[in-house]
Ligand binder design. Structure first.
Ligand code: NAD
Ligand code: TYD
Length: 339
């Protein structure tokens, strides 16, 4: 089978490419990425010599070149990770989120229909469901929870999901969607909570916790997410949405303190800063559907997963230095100097 993976040089996309090449060595992977600030070709260094791997630098919004690529390659499966993915950036500048996350999805689906792709898979997020109250600890997002978004990022992802479902009903596109909770693991860009805190802590820089640090996120190791996507895009039912999550809820402050402890630092690095606008309180996934229909189960528990992840970043400090030089410093100054 030939599989197009878009957004393949980002955090989850690159982990997915490694997962696929390992799990399905008979398949061919075409990895596509525009290499925005979040995309890093070095994330794919480990597979560049694999004969079943090929990289293409391309914009998913570029209809002409996307069509040419689809015509030449005749993909069986398209899995779309390409997106603008950071909530804080979407609050500063929403437009690129709408262009990439919505229009880019449309371009990929049009090409999928035109060139006979057998399955289009959209990688979505639990953020399309909005948030849950902090105190209602027995409430979870299911696949039938209404879409109710808070940020321009989540609104753009929900828009894309609606378009994918519209293409299924109107044009008969064979599709599936997965909505996963927060991921952690190697190759995550240090604008997101976990790698940002690891990077700051290793430099003894302040750790900026939004609000009181009591917002809750449901953490899943990126490899467990990749395994879920792999199952759904191959065996999931046409037209269906599957939630992915491992019942691993943590207050942000707990996660930050775990990192501090693992790195042998002290809590006085923590600084409570102005809260994010529209900050979602709590995310929590009910994964019953993917578990019962497809037999998915997470392999990692948070304690060992986060320990391994922190070790990965500390063993790959050159990678951290590389991605946090240049534009990252300007970004950090802009986002955090006034908080
Ligand atoms: P990321 O920002 O690390 O990677 C996104 C990749 O897309 C980057 O490599 C970037 O260069 C590429 N890209 C951006 N615009 C593009 C364009 N126009 N054309 C081609 N490539 C483009 O994000 P991530 O965390 O790996 O997330 C991947 C997907 O998973 C996203 O769709 C995101 O919404 C979804 N998701 C992420 C999480 C999470 O916790 N990170 C959880 C659930 C779902
Ligand atoms: P993030 O990693 O941006 O993911 P998301 O917004 O998609 O959940 O943030 C995770 C949580 O951590 C979220 O509640 C916001 C909080 N946070 C901070 O407290 N400080 C930070 O510097 C960042 C980036 C996030």
């Amino acid at each position: 089978m030939k599989i197009l993976v878009t957004g393949a040089a980002g955090f989850i996309g690159s982990n997915f490419v490694y997962y696929e090449l390992d799990k399905h060595p008979e398949d061919q992977i075409v990895a596509l990425d525009l290499l925005t600030y979040a995309g890093n070709l070095k994330n794919l260094d480990g597979c560049k010599d694999n004969p079943n791997f090929k990289f293409v630098k391309m914009d998913i919004r570029d209809r002409e070149n996307i069509n040419k690529l689809f015509e030449e390659e005749k993909f069986d499966i398209v899995v779309n990770f390409a997106a603008e993915s950071h909530v804080d950036r979407s609050i500063e500048d929403p437009e690129v989120f709408l262009r990439t996350n919505i229009i880019g999805t449309e371009v990929l689906m049009d090409a999928s229909l035109k060139y006979g792709v057998k399955r289009y898979h959209q990688v979505s997020t639990d953020e399309v469901y909005g948030d849950l109250p902090l105190e209602a600890t027995d409430s979870f997002f299911t696949e039938t929870t209404p879409l109710h978004t808070s940020s321009p990022y989540s609104a753009s992802k929900a828009s894309a999901d609606l378009l994918v479902m519209a293409y299924h009903r109107t044009f008969g596109l064979n599709m599936s969607i997965t909505r996963c909770s927060n991921n952690y693991g190697p190759y995550q860009f240090p604008e997101k909570l976990i790698p940002l805190m690891i990077n700051n802590a290793r430099h003894d820089k302040k750790l900026p916790v939004y609000g009181e640090g009591l917002n809750v996120r449901d953490w899943l190791h990126v490899c467990d997410h990749c395994a879920g996507i792999d199952l759904v895009m191959r065996n999931g039912r046409n037209g269906e949405v599957y939630n992915i999550g491992g019942h691993n809820e943590r207050h942000n402050i707990e996660v930050v303190k775990t990192i501090i402890k693992a790195l042998g630092k002290t809590d006085d690095l923590i600084t409570y800063v102005t809260d994010r606008k529209g900050h979602d309180l709590r995310y929590a996934i009910d994964p019953t559907k993917i578990e019962t229909e497809l037999g998915w189960k997470p392999k990692y528990n948070f304690e060992t997963g986060i320990k391994e992840t922190i070790e990965w970043y500390m063993n790959n400090q050159e990678w951290m230095d590389d991605v946090t030089s240049g534009d990252y410093l300007t970004y950090y100054e802009k986002m955090y100097s006034k908080k």
